[in-house]
Ligand binder design. Structure first.
Ligand code: GAL
Length: 682
C-alpha cells in the first residue's frame, strides 16, 4: 500500500489557525471584525469554518442562506488567509432530525435518540446521505472558485454506531458479500456454540456480546459504513472542485475507526489530539502516546507532512479535572507535532462561545475578548515561532530503521475475545491492552534513542531492519507469509505475548500458538497464557533482567534460545524472552509484559546486535527525545524534555546551533529545564 497523499493545500509556510464559529456570532459583526484583527496579531493563516453551522446555512429545509459565510470568506481572502471549509454533517439541524427520525441513531437497547447532541447521525440513513450531499453540493457550487478555499474539512470526527433496521440490513448485506453463503458464515462464526446457527440472513442481529466473530465483523462493518458515508459526502466536492483536497479529522488511536483504511480515501491526513498532561502523573508516558500517534499520522501520509487539525491552547472542558497546561507544555505539544511531520497546527477553538457545552473549553480568545490574556500571548509567540519555521514545509522526517505495526483488526479481535486480561486505566487515550503494548514498545525504542515508523499490515516493509509486532493477535496466512519473508531476507522481527492466536473470524489457530506458521519462525511453542492480578510481578533473569506484569505465557523452545527466563511462579525456568535465527534474519519473542527497564534492556541488546543508528550520537536521559526534519537545504533538530525535572545532556564531541540564533552554540553539555524544547540547526 502506498500511503503517499495528494498533499496538503499549497502554502508558503506552516498553517496556523483554529476552528472558528462565526455562525454563532452573526448578531455581533463588531466581534467578527475584531476576530480578524486578533487573528492577524496571532499569525493565523487559516481557520476551519462551518463545522457545526448547518442550521445557519440551511435554517429551513431547502432554504439556504450563505450571505454570512460569503462575508467571512471574502474577509479571509482580503487578508490573505485560508478557509478549511467544513461540511456540516457533524451535527444535525433540529428541523431535520424531527422531520426525519431515521437520521437519529438507535441504541443497542432499541431506543432512538432524541434530537440534539452531535456526531450521532445514522450511518446508513438514505435521508441523511441525501441531505448532506445536497448541502455539500450547494457549498461546492458557491465556494468552489473562492480564493479563500484551501481544503474541504468533511464532517467531524466520524465515530459511533447505530443499531436501527437500516444499519441491521446493511450489516446483513455486508456479511453476504463477505461470506456468500450462510454455511460459510456459520462456519466462520463457530455458530454451533450456544445454538447460534443462522438459517436466514435476516436473523442476524447487530449486537451479541457472546459471538466474538459477530463483534469483530460488526466493528469492521461500522468502520466501512463510516468510510462510505464520508465518501458519499466527498463525491460532489471532488466532482465540482477537483483541485481542492478533501480530508476529515482523525482521532489518533480511537477504537472504532481503522484509520489505515480511511487514509486510503482522504487527500491529506488530519488528526485531532488532546494530550491532557496530568502533572501529578507520568508526563513522559503521556508524551510517548502523543508521539506514537503523530508518528502514525506520518505513516499514514507516506512520510509527507500532515495536519494537526485540533489541539487545545490551554485546558479542555471535558476531562475529569481540566488542568491548565503548565508553562512550556503548550509550545512543547505544538513542536512535538511539528517535529513529527505536522505542517499545520490548528486549535479548537478560536474564541470561547458565550454559552453551550464548550463555553469553558480553552480558546485563543477568551470571554474577556482582548489580546491581553496569557493564552493569547502564548499563541501569538507560537505563531511567530511557526512563521520562523516556515522552511519546514519542505522538510520530511527521515525514514526510520525500525517499523512498529499498529493494527486495528488485532485490537478489535482481542477486544471481542473473552479471557485475556483487560486493562482498566483511565485517561483520554485508549488504554486497552493492545494499544498499551504498542505504546510500551514505542517507549522502549524511543528511550533507546531510536526513531520508529508506525506501519500497517499493508505497508512496504522491505527497507526496515527491525519489525516490531506488539500483541499481533490476529494473523492470517498472507500476513504470516510477509513476516516470514521479511525475516528470511535478513529482517529482525520482535513478537510479543498474544501473537497469532486467531484468524480473520476470531477463531483460534489450531496446532499451537503462535499460529499461521509463525511457531516455526519464532522457534517457540506458546502453551498457556497466565493473566496476572494487578499486584503480581514475575521476576526475569538472564540477559534481560527485571520484572513482568499483567500477562505471561508459558512457552517452550523449539529451536530458539533463551534471552531471559522466569525466576518466579510455577513456570520458573521457562523462557520469557527468546531469540531465533531464521533464514538470514532473526525472530525474538517476548512472552510477558515487561516493565519498562526490562523492555529497554531488551531493545538495547537488539540495537547493539543489529547495529541500529540512534537519532543522535549521545546518550539521552529518560524523558528526553531528539527528532529531526530534513530537506535538501539542511536538517532541523528538536530536543524535548518531557518531564518535570531538569535534565542534563552530555553532547560528547558534538556541537549544536540554536535555530534562528547562529551565535548560540551548545557544546560539552547542556541543561534542559522541565518541559523545555530546543530547536536546532544541524
Ligand atoms: C473535538 C471536537 C471539537 C471539540 C473538541 C473539544 O473532539 O472535534 O469539535 O468539541 O473536541 O476538545
Amino acid at each position: 500500500m502506498d500511503y503517499q497523499k495528494k498533499g496538503i493545500p499549497k502554502q508558503t509556510g506552516l498553517f496556523y489557525g483554529a476552528d472558528y464559529n462565526p455562525d454563532q456570532w452573526q448578531h455581533a459583526p463588531e466581534i467578527l471584525e475584531r476576530d480578524i484583527a486578533l487573528m492577524k496579531e496571532v499569525g493565523v493563516t487559516s481557520a476551519s469554518i462551518g463545522i457545526f453551522a448547518w442550521t445557519a446555512l440551511e435554517p429551513q429545509e431547502g432554504r439556504y442562506q450563505f450571505e454570512w459565510l460569503d462575508r467571512i470568506m471574502d474577509r479571509f481572502a482580503e487578508e490573505g488567509m485560508f478557509v478549511f471549509l467544513a461540511t456540516p454533517s457533524g451535527s444535525k439541524p433540529i428541523w431535520l432530525s424531527e422531520k426525519y427520525p431515521e437520521v437519529r441513531r438507535l441504541g443497542i437497547d432499541g431506543l432512538r435518540e432524541n434530537s440534539g447532541r452531535r456526531h450521532n447521525h445514522c450511518l446508513s440513513s438514505k435521508v441523511y446521505r441525501e441531505k448532506t450531499r445536497a448541502i455539500n453540493t450547494a457549498l461546492a457550487e458557491r465556494y468552489g472558485q473562492h480564493p479563500a478555499l484551501a481544503l474541504w474539512h468533511v464532517g467531524n470526527e466520524f465515530s459511533g454506531e447505530c443499531h436501527c433496521e437500516h444499519c441491521r440490513l446493511a450489516f446483513q448485506n455486508w456479511l453476504k458479500e463477505r461470506y456468500h453463503t450462510l454455511d460459510a458464515l456459520n462456519d466462520a462464526w463457530w455458530s454451533a456454540f450456544w445454538n447460534h446457527t443462522y438459517s436466514d440472513w435476516g436473523e442476524i442481529q447487530t449486537h451479541d456480546p457472546s459471538i466474538d466473530a459477530l463483534q469483530l465483523d460488526w466493528m469492521r462493518f461500522v468502520n466501512d459504513q463510516h468510510v462510505l458515508f464520508m465518501l458519499n459526502e466527498m463525491e460532489p466536492l471532488r466532482e465540482l472542485t477537483p483541485g481542492i483536497p478533501c480530508t476529515t479529522n482523525f482521532m489518533g488511536t480511537h477504537e472504532s475507526t481503522n484509520y489505515w483504511q480511511w487514509a486510503e480515501h482522504v487527500d491529506c491526513i488530519a488528526n485531532d489530539l488532546y494530550p491532557l498532561p496530568d502533572d501529578r502523573k507520568d508526563t513522559w508516558r503521556n508524551a510517548i502516546r502523543a508521539d506514537f500517534i503523530h508518528t502514525m499520522m506520518r505513516g499514514m501520509s507516506g512520510g509527507k507532512p500532515w495536519m494537526l487539525m485540533e489541539c487545545s491552547p490551554s485546558s479542555v472542558n471535558w476531562g475529569g479535572i481540566n488542568q491548565l497546561k503548565r508553562p512550556g507544555v503548550h509550545r512543547q505539544e505544538v513542536l512535538q507535532a511539528v517535529a513529527n511531520g505536522a505542517s499545520t497546527v490548528h486549535y479548537f477553538q478560536w474564541r470561547k462561545g458565550r454559552g453551550g457545552f464548550e463555553k469553558y473549553h480553552g480558546a485563543v480568545v477568551d470571554h474577556e475578548g482582548s489580546n491581553r490574556s496569557r493564552v493569547f500571548q502564548d499563541c501569538a509567540a507560537i505563531g511567530a515561532e511557526l512563521k520562523s519555521l516556515a522552511p519546514l514545509g519542505e522538510h520530511d522526517c527521515p525514514t526510520a530503521e525500525v517499523a512498529l505495526l499498529y493494527d486495528w483488526e488485532s485490537r478489535w479481535a482481542l477486544k471481542s475475545s473473552k479471557g485475556p486480561k483487560v486493562l482498566k486505566e483511565e485517561g483520554p487515550f485508549a488504554s486497552d491492552l493492545y494499544s498499551e503494548t504498542c505504546f510500551d514498545h514505542y517507549e522502549a525504542l524511543t528511550q533507546n534513542g531510536l526513531s520508529v515508523d508506525v506501519v500497517s499490515t499493508k505497508s512496504d516493509l522491505s527497507h526496515y531492519k527491525v519489525l516490531v509486532l506488539p500483541a499481533l493477535y490476529f494473523v492470517e496466512d498472507a500476513l504470516a507469509s510477509r513476516i516470514r519473508a521479511f525475516v528470511e531476507k535478513g529482517g529482525n522481527v520482535v513478537g510479543t505475548y498474544l501473537t497469532a492466536y486467531v484468524d480473520s473470524s476470531n477463531r483460534c489457530h489450531l496446532g499451537g500458538f503462535p499460529g499461521a506458521g509463525l511457531r516455526e519462525v519464532f522457534g517457540i511453542w506458546n502453551e498457556e497464557l497466565d493473566n496476572l492480578h494487578d499486584e503480581t510481578r514475575v521476576i526475569l533473569e538472564g540477559e534481560v533482567q527485571g520484572v513482568a506484569r499483567d500477562l505471561a505465557e508459558r512457552i517452550h523452545l523449539e529451536g530458539a534460545s533463551t534471552l531471559a527466563q522466569a525466576a518466579s511462579e510455577f513456570y520458573a525456568g521457562h523462557p520469557l524472552v527468546t531469540h531465533m535465527d531464521y533464514g538470514e534474519g532473526s525472530a525474538c519473542y517476548i512472552a510477558a509484559r515487561l516493565e519498562m527497564p526490562a523492555l529497554c534492556a531488551f531493545y538495547q541488546h537488539l540495537r547493539e546486535k543489529v547495529g541500529l543508528e540512534r537519532t543522535v550520537a549521545c546518550d539521552l536521559p529518560q524523558g528526553v527525545v531528539f527528532r529531526k526534519r530534513k530537506s535538501a537545504d539542511g536538517t532541523l533538530g528538536f530536543l524535548f524534555n518531557y518531564t518535570r525535572e531538569t535534565k542534563r545532556i552530555g553532547l560528547g564531541e558534538g556541537k549544536w546551533f540554536a535555530f534562528g540564533e547562529p551565535e548560540t552554540i551548545y557544546a560539552g553539555s547542556l541543561e534542559l529545564a522541565p518541559y523545555a524544547t530546543l530547536t536546532l540547526r544541524l
